[in-house]
Design a protein around this ligand. Structure first.
Ligand code: GRG
Length: 419
């Protein structure tokens, strides 16, 4: 019998909540990392009152699609209209949501050249370090940082132009991210990344580790040059979280509920912390008050968790060509991500496979089949939707601006991305 999808989703997420899995009071490192909760969405407007309407069409219809394919998420869209009202309640303008990449393009243009200048060394170390800064990455993190910097500047009535220090944060975040990818590929023994052969496969593991270290140290120098100790400590925390998140990924939990908490905490540390903290850093550099700093942080945190949940979904729904890396990679590494954890609620036989990290013959194929037969992918997508909605709620507290609207638009791009 086909269950109504919305009810089925709600049941699973609610069941997780009842088991303490997604507790709103679950605090990780001082930051709540549970399911987003709805709030009052307070308005920071002075002369103008801003209204945001959004609604959700989660799925074409409400029955489970047993075999999701890569296009099933396409109709899943958040649709928004923003109306700006004067205090006399007259609508002043309807804002068109801008494409985030177009809006950030000017500031993104020379990013990779500047990074290469930062990595000022001769010898083959330079060649290895430059390898991924070829302009082929999505530059997702710098784009978020650039848009956030401008949205924060405008919120405080300053020029929309990005400060030099804020621009440097865009560069620093991409360098730290790339250094972590180089190390990650060594840990996982990966052979391809961004459609290219990995650094470890071309130059060997020892040189890859050293190149990652070098990129990280160059990023640290650029950070020190900003001369802001608060921003330095924010990034130190983000780097610590990256390492802790990666370390957490090496372990797991026996208990089903603890496993989900562990997964979300790992997701925050490994992916969302860097995005959240770099959003906070640009708000600090723009002299924003603590309230706006928190909005920037929370937007980045929620968007970052959603980004990783979608990444985990793509491992089951995308093709190797689309991703630039093999699919089912997580299962092959022994990792139980969102789709598997949700599938385990429907197919408890998965529990044993998760515990032995899919190490027996046929485990990977069997787990893959369970996930395809379950609604684990849809559940993960639904959870990503929830985090995106919270990201929207947070960023909507800033004054309307094209950059703020682009950050809202970005949540949809995150949910619908295919690579
Ligand atoms: C800080 C050097 C250093 C190491 C930290 C290895 C490690 C320890 C952390 C790994 C963290 C890691 C690999 C996170 C992956 C996050 C993620 C989803 C990456 C994919 O991001 P995309 O899709 O990739 O933005 P592109 O290739 O487009 O940049």
């Amino acid at each position: 019998m086909a269950l109504p999808l919305s009810r089925c989703r709600a049941w699973n997420v609610r069941r997780a909540l009842a088991g303490g899995v997604l507790s709103a009071s679950g605090v990780f490192n001082g930051h709540w990392a549970g399911l987003p909760v709805a709030g009052d969405g307070g308005c920071h407007g002075r002369a103008r009152v801003q209204e945001l309407h959004y609604y959700q069409r989660i799925h074409v219809n409400t029955t489970i699609h047993k075999k999701p394919n890569s296009s099933w998420r396409t109709p899943s869209r958040l649709v928004y209209t923003t109306r700006t009202k004067c205090c006399c309640n007259q609508v002043q303008s309807d804002k068109q949501y801008k494409d985030p990449y177009t809006l950030a393009q000017k500031d993104l243009k020379n990013l990779y050249d500047e990074i290469k200048r930062q990595l000022a060394v001769s010898s083959d170390l330079k060649e290895i370090c430059d390898y991924y800064f070829d302009g082929k990455g999505k530059a997702f993190r710098p784009m978020v940082v650039i848009l956030m910097g401008k949205a924060c500047n405008l919120h405080h009535g300053k020029s929309r132009e990005l400060l030099k220090s804020q621009h440097s944060v865009g560069m620093i975040v991409e360098m730290i991210h790339t250094a972590s990818l180089v190390h990650d590929d060594v840990i996982d023994g990966s052979e391809t990344r961004r459609g290219k052969i990995t650094v470890n496969k071309i130059w060997g593991e020892r040189k890859a580790i050293l190149a990652g270290d070098f990129v990280l140290s160059s990023a640290s120098m650029a950070l020190a040059r900003l001369g802001n100790t608060t921003v330095v400590s924010i990034f130190t925390r983000a780097i610590e979280d990256l390492v802790r998140g990666e370390f957490m990924q090496l372990g797991s939990k026996e208990n089903e509920n603890e496993r989900f908490v562990h997964y979300l905490e790992k997701t925050f540390k490994k992916t969302a912390s860097l995005i959240a903290n770099s959003c906070k850093a640009v708000s600090i550099l723009g002299n924003c008050n603590s309230e706006v700093q928190e909005i920037a942080y929370q937007y980045g945190r929620n968007l970052g968790i959603a980004f990783q949940l979608v990444d985990d979904m793509l491992d089951f729904t995308s093709s190797t060509n689309q991703l630039g890396k093999p699919t089912a990679a997580d299962l092959k590494l022994g990792l139980a991500t969102g789709p598997v954890l949700f599938a385990c609620q429907q197919f408890p036989d998965l529990h044993a496979l998760i515990l032995r990290r899919f190490s027996s013959d046929g485990d990977v194929d069997l787990a893959w089949e369970y996930v395809q037969q379950s609604d684990g992918v849809q559940q993960t997508c639904y959870l990503a939707h929830q985090y995106c909605q919270e990201a929207i709620r947070q960023i909507s507290m800033l004054h309307p601006s094209p950059e703020r609207d682009a950050l809202i638009q970005l949540t949809e791009i995150v949910l619908n991305r295919h690579k």
